[in-house]
Design a protein around this ligand. Structure first.
Ligand code: SF4
Ligand code: SF4
Length: 72
């Protein structure tokens, strides 16, 4: 049994500062073209693999990213 990494971005908390995008070694995160309800471009996950290093969750000033481990 393996573990799957689930990355959750709360798009309405994200202010689109881009810090998490810069810090991710996997290039998993990107700024969306869409706006959240407060008018910010929020972060979304791309097709690249998240390795669960948590750099994005630690650097986010608004705690908009959560990481869970799920059993397969
Ligand atoms: S946990 Fe690490 S690899 Fe995954 S999205 Fe965040 S910074 Fe990137
Ligand atoms: S660091 Fe946080 S607020 Fe900034 S773009 Fe990433 S998720 Fe959004």
């Amino acid at each position: 049994m393996g573990k799957r990494i689930i990355l959750k971005v709360n798009k309405n908390i994200c202010k689109g500062c881009g810090l998490c995008v810069e810090v991710c070694p996997q290039k998993t995160l990107r700024i969306s073209k869409m706006f959240n309800r407060f008018g910010y471009h929020f972060v979304e996950t791309s097709e690249n693999d998240c390795k669960g290093c948590k750099r994005c969750t630690i650097i986010c000033p608004d705690a908009a990213i959560e990481i869970f481990l799920e059993e397969d």
